[in-house]
Design a protein around this ligand. Structure first.
Ligand code: CP
Ligand code: NVA
Length: 343
């Protein structure tokens, strides 16, 4: 490496939470994802991580995140290795810190999906390699890169957009959307019953960024206020992984279901309105859980109706595909020694 060689601002960095990144950096990763998507569609190879080994640690289940990291790593020329909850010693026979030291000596990058944010932080601290948060109870940062890729594909610019999240306003998705919108200058409404509003800590983080970006933040239990003027109506499951309180959540959140009436409350012209969902979604009873819920509570839809899920507004499957392109961008930028002159 020559004396004057300046590494790019991402090289060697972990991605643990959105709050650790500037608007410029997040936009760069999102735009790089869009570029890599174009390369993939054109069949142009992009083996930026040739010869690298990537560990994929999953304490919780996953379809999109696991598939995205796996295919992205392979497209980048790296080797992904899935280390599931029941396959390794982590947590049962070995501490997170010891696991970090071992994995860091063999792998060039580590993805972690699990419960505690502190675990992904320990992995980053003690492994010596970039660690990517594939979802914890607190944040879901790689989802944000895909989501803002999808938003940029659907709108000419982020300027003046309003995103409304309806549902469990304290979960990882609500936290991540609130803070990411605040960083990027997108107006953000969290519409949830008062018992499920974001924690003070998360609200303070978001407010700090909003002051700088100019994003307007609204946290309310009022559907009319929360939906008015919205361009992106977003929801997530009412019961997240690790939780079991279905009955209570159904009672609390049924008024906050995303249905056609909710979309109408936005008053937004059709071509300026989209529906998003990180998935998986309970929009029908075609799942084991769905059937159980139908038998117990007599409902076949929860956070979103099938009508909205299959409507012209819905972009959740484009969003799901974008997980792969954006995770690829993030891994390449943090591990690929790329030439990124200015962010
Ligand atoms: N959106 C998302 O993280 O999906 P998975 O749980 O399937 O990874
Ligand atoms: N809030 C959900 C997100 C799934 C992608 C969960 O944590 O289960």
């Amino acid at each position: 490496m020559t004396k004057n060689f300046k590494q790019n601002v991402f090289q060697g960095r972990s991605v643990l939470a959105e709050k650790d990144f500037t608007a410029g950096e997040l936009n760069y990763l999102v735009d790089f994802g869009l570029h890599l998507k174009a390369l993939k569609k054109a069949g142009i190879p992009h083996h930026y991580l040739e010869g690298k080994n990537i560990a994929l640690l999953f304490e919780k289940t996953s379809t999109r995140t696991r598939s995205a990291f796996t295919t992205a790593a392979i497209d980048l020329g790296a080797h992904p290795e899935y280390l599931g909850h029941n396959d390794i010693q982590l947590g049962k026979k070995e501490s997170t810190s010891d696991t970090a030291k071992v994995l860091g000596s063999m792998f060039d990058g580590i993805e972690f999906r699990g419960f505690k944010q502190s675990d992904v932080e320990i992995l980053a601290r003690d492994s010596g390699v970039p660690v990517w948060n594939g979802l914890t109870d607190t944040w879901h940062p790689t989802q944000m890169l895909a989501d803002f890729m999808t938003i940029k594909e659907n709108f000419e610019s982020l300027d003046g957009l309003t995103l409304t999240f309806m549902g469990d306003g304290r979960n990882n998705m609500a936290n991540s959307l609130l803070v990411t919108c605040a960083i990027l200058g997108v107006n953000v409404h969290i519409v949830a019953p008062n018992t499920l509003h974001p924690s003070d800590e998360v609200q303070q983080i978001a407010k700090g960024f909003a002051k700088k970006s100019g994003a307007e933040i609204l946290i309310t239990d009022d559907l009319d206020k929360g939906l008015k003027g919205s361009n992106i109506v977003y929801t997530d499951v009412w019961v997240s992984m690790g939780e079991t309180n279905w009955e209570q959540r159904i009672k609390e959140l049924m008024p906050y279901q995303v249905n056609m009436a909710a979309l109408e409350k936005t008053g937004t012209p059709d071509d300026q309105l989209i529906f998003m969902h990180c998935l998986p979604a309970f929009h029908n009873a075609d799942t084991e859980y769905g059937k159980e819920i139908q038998a117990k509570y007599g409902i076949t839809e929860m956070e979103v109706t099938d009508e909205v899920f299959t409507s012209k507004y819905a972009v959740q499957f484009e969003e799901a595909e974008n997980r792969m392109h954006s995770i690829k961008a993030m891994m390449a930028a943090t591990l690929g020694n790329l030439f990124i002159p200015k962010v």
